[in-house]
Design a protein around this ligand. Structure first.
Ligand SMILES: Cc1cc2nc3c(=O)[nH]c(=O)nc-3n(C[C@H](O)[C@H](O)[C@H](O)COP(=O)(O)OP(=O)(O)OC[C@H]3O[C@@H](n4cnc5c(N)ncnc54)[C@H](O)[C@@H]3O)c2cc1C
Length: 295
């Protein structure tokens, strides 16, 4: 199948998408978003400004038609899912978003009902569009760089007026191996400083439940769950989080969940490998002390 990857210039994301592409073709083509050198390993490479936003959709659709791509792969990020659904509509193409598995005979798998069940799909029409969840596929190693052609963008129906940077310190949640998420049980925005101190010692990232975001304690871009970020850390600390199904939908691929909650009946304990029934204000300082002692 002639395959096109559309992704930012980012070794990790591109590496995972290349692994997926190998289930469909020998060498995919690439639309690389962003400035800088394009990693090698693709048939043809096109390049476009990462901040092109909605202006990307029409030129991409045109390229897909011209080159007769049969499979289009993007990351299941907010931007990736947005562009993918517009492409699918323009091209009348089938789309499966948030893909977490693909078998050798190209059966595609994704979680549904907030992660309570898996759906399997066989695609019978081309072109098809898939968005792939981060960290579910191995990263192919992309050595060296290759030449690229600018993507032909003839019209720009949307004008970029301004950019306001939303600053998030440290490791992005999607890449973090350690995450400490605070819920409504944290009690205040100030109390998140304790989580930050702990997770900084592990070089990880702080997240939030919707409860904490709704309280205005943490910004929406740090929300984890069905309507927030999907994360896949090695260790996930859920602190003062009840464990609603919509929250659990965002952590289905977390390897080890450590729950700290005062209520022994809290649903988060059903997902946790380690559970501590206690006030987090007693537990987090103790963990910080141990981490500091161990350097
Ligand atoms: C369509 C839809 C989409 C949604 N999407 C999301 C989503 O993406 N992400 C998300 O998180 N939610 C989402 N929700 C909301 C979800 O249903 C829950 O309401 C939310 O997750 C609850 O947040 P919480 O666990 O922080 O708060 P609560 O449910 O209020 O739980 C707080 C917990 O803290 C514990 N606690 C209190 N004090 C302490 C203490 N001192 N020490 C230890 N523990 C303590 C309590 O025992 C309790 O279990 C969504 C809901 C809907 C309807």
């Amino acid at each position: 199948m002639k395959t096109l990857i559309v992704e930012k210039i980012d070794q990790n994301r591109l590496g995972e998408l290349v692994t997926v592409s190998r289930l469909f073709c020998e060498k995919p083509d690439l639309v690389a978003l962003g400035e800088g050198a394009v990693p090698a390993g693709f048939g043809k490479a096109f390049q476009a400004d990462n901040r092109i936003g909605a202006n990307l959709v029409s030129p991409l659709a045109e390229l897909i038609r011209q080159e007769a791509y049969e499979m289009i792969l993007l990351s299941a990020s907010t931007e990736g899912n947005g562009v993918a659904s517009c492409l699918a509509a323009i091209l009348s193409a089938p789309i499966v978003s948030e893909v977490t598995g693909i078998s050798n005979d190209q059966v595609i798998e994704k979680p549904i009902y907030g992660g309570k069940a898996l759906a399997r799909y066989k695609i019978n029409k081309t072109p098809s569009v898939l968005t792939i969840r981060r960290k579910y596929f191995e990263k192919a190693v992309l050595d060296g760089t290759m030449a690229s052609t600018p993507l032909n963008i003839s019209t720009r129906p949307v004008t970029l007026i301004d950019e306001i940077e939303q600053k998030t310190e440290g490791v992005p949640l999607e890449d973090a191996e350690f995450i400490a998420t605070g819920g409504r049980g944290m009690g205040s925005a100030d109390n998140f400083a304790m989580l930050k101190e702990m997770i900084d010692l592990l070089k990880g990232a702080v997240g939030a439940s919707r409860g904490a975001v709704d309280e205005g304690w943490m910004p929406p871009q740090l929300q984890i769950g069905q309507t927030g970020k999907i994360v896949a850390p090695t260790v996930y600390f859920a602190v003062g989080v009840s464990g609603a199904s919509q929250h659990l939908a965002g952590i289905s691929n977390a390897k080890c969940v450590v729950a700290i909650n005062k209520d022994e009946e809290a649903n988060i304990f059903n997902r946790a490998r380690f559970g501590i029934v206690e006030d987090y204000k007693k537990v987090i300082p103790a963990i910080i002390k141990v981490l500091k002692a161990e350097g």
